[in-house]
Design a protein. Structure first.
Lengths: 212, 212
DNA sequence: TGCAAAACGGACCGCCGGTCCGTATCTTCG
DNA sequence: CGAAGATACGGACCGGCGGTCCGTTTTGCA
C-alpha cells in the first residue's frame, strides 16, 4: 500500500531550522509591517497607543496577516528591535576594538555600555515598546541574557565572580530605556551629556580613577 | 429671593485639602479593598492577572465601589504601596541613624539603598505591580522623585552635582523591582546574598575601598 | 493552464478597565 | 425619633484591545 510518500520531510532532523522559503507576497507584507510599526512607534508618544490594528492598517494589510506573520504583539516588537540591533550585535561579536572581542576589559566594558546607551537613546521608541511589553520583565528576553553574559565575562577579569554577575545587571539597569527616556525627556539632558555621566559612573564602578 | 445659601463652602480657599470626613461604610470598604488587593497581588504570579473585578469581588463589594474609592487601577496600587512604604519613609525622614537625617553621607547612602532593596524584596508583588503599571515609566510616580532627591542630596557631598544626579538614578535603577525579582527568582539568589552584592556595588561606586 | 498549498483579511470573540444611574444606607437636624 | 438630603453602593453596560477563524484570493509549480 505504499505508505503515501506525502512526507514534506523538511530535512528538519539535522537541527537546521531554516523556514522553507516564504512566498513573495508574505515577504513583502512582512517588510511592510515592520516598516509601518517602526514608523508608528516613532511617531506616537507612548507605545501603548499604537494598536495592532493601527499597524496592520498602516501597512495596508489585514489584521490576520499581521498576526500570521508575527504571532503576537511581543514578537512583532522583538523582531523590529532585533532588526535594528543587529549591526551593533555584529560589531560586538566580530568587529574591531573597542567593541569587538580581544579588547581589554577595562576598555571594553565602558565601550559596550556607551554603545548600548547610544542605541537606547536613538531608538527609545522601540526600546520602550520592548521593555514595556507589560507581560512581565524585560529580563525574559533572550537578548538581555546575551548582553548580561557578555558584560559579566568582560568583568570577570576585574571582579570576583559573584560581584561580576551582579555588577553586570546593575550597569545594564543604568541604561534601561525608561530611565534614558525620563532623564532625557524631563531634565532635557542631551545625548552627549548623558554619555558623559554614564562614562563617569562606569569609571567609578570599575575603580578607574580619572587617568589620561 | 434670598440667594439660597446652598454654598457647601468647604473652607477650601485656605489651601487645606482635607476631605471632609468620609462615611463609615466608605472607610470600611476602602480598608477591605486595600486588604483584598494586597492579598491578591501577593498570591498571584503576575500582577497582570489580578483584575479590578477580582479585587472588588474579593473584598465583597461592587466594582463601582472600587472605582469610586480609588479612581483607577494605578491609584489603587499606589495607595497600597504608599501604605506599606510609610514606615520606611518615616524612618528616613525622622528616624535615628543610619537611615535618618544627620547621618554622614558615606554611611547613609548605602543604608538607604539597602533599605530600599529590602523593601522591594519583601514587597516584590506590590513593587512589581506599581512599576509595571504599563502606562509609562515608574518614574512618573512622585515618590520616585522624593527618593531620587534624597539620594542626590546625600551624594552631593561626595560627587560633582551633575554626577550626583545621575548616580542617584543609576543606583536606584539597581534596585528596581523587576531586576530584584529576576535575580531572586531565576538565579535563586537569596535576600542576604543580594544585599551583600548591592552593598559591594555601592561601596565601589562611592569609592570606599573595603575598610573595616 | 490547472490545481493545491499558502496567505489574505476582516468579522468575530472574550476580556478588561472604566462609567452610569437606580437603589440602599448613612447622617443630620427639627 | 422620624424624615429628608447627602452620600455611597453595585452590577449592567460600554468601548476598545489583543487575538482567532474561516471563506476567499493569490502564488508557485508542473
Amino acid at each position: 500500500m505504499t505508505v503515501e510518500r506525502k512526507v514534506t520531510v523538511e530535512t528538519e532532523a539535522g537541527g537546521g531550522a531554516h523556514a522553507r522559503k516564504p512566498r513573495k507576497d508574505a515577504a513583502r507584507n512582512r517588510a511592510a509591517l515592520l516598516a509601518a510599526a517602526d514608523d508608528l512607534f516613532a511617531r506616537c508618544a507612548s507605545p501603548e497607543d499604537v494598536t495592532m490594528s493601527d499597524v496592520a492598517a498602516a501597512a495596508g494589510v489585514g489584521k490576520g496577516t499581521l498576526f500570521r506573520a508575527f504571532g503576537d504583539r511581543t514578537a512583532l516588537i522583538r523582531a523590529l528591535y532585533a532588526a535594528r540591533l543587529e549591526p551593533l550585535e555584529r560589531a560586538v561579536a566580530e568587529g574591531p576594538p573597542p567593541l569587538g572581542p580581544g579588547t581589554p576589559p577595562l576598555e571594553r566594558v565602558p565601550a559596550l555600555l556607551d554603545a548600548v546607551l547610544c542605541f537606547k537613546f536613538d531608538h527609545r521608541h522601540l526600546a520602550l515598546a520592548l521593555e514595556g511589553t507589560g507581560g512581565d520583565s524585560p529580563y525574559r528576553a533572550e537578548h538581555y541574557e546575551r548582553w548580561h553574559a557578555l558584560l559579566r565575562s568582560a568583568l570577570a577579569d576585574l571582579l570576583d565572580p559573584p560581584d561580576a554577575d551582579f555588577t553586570a545587571h546593575a550597569l545594564l539597569a543604568a541604561v534601561r530605556a525608561d530611565l534614558v527616556e525620563y532623564v532625557a525627556g524631563t531634565h532635557g539632558t542631551g545625548r552627549e551629556e548623558l554619555r558623559a555621566r554614564l562614562g563617569e559612573f562606569v569609571r567609578r564602578v570599575l575603580g578607574t580613577t580619572g587617568g589620561t
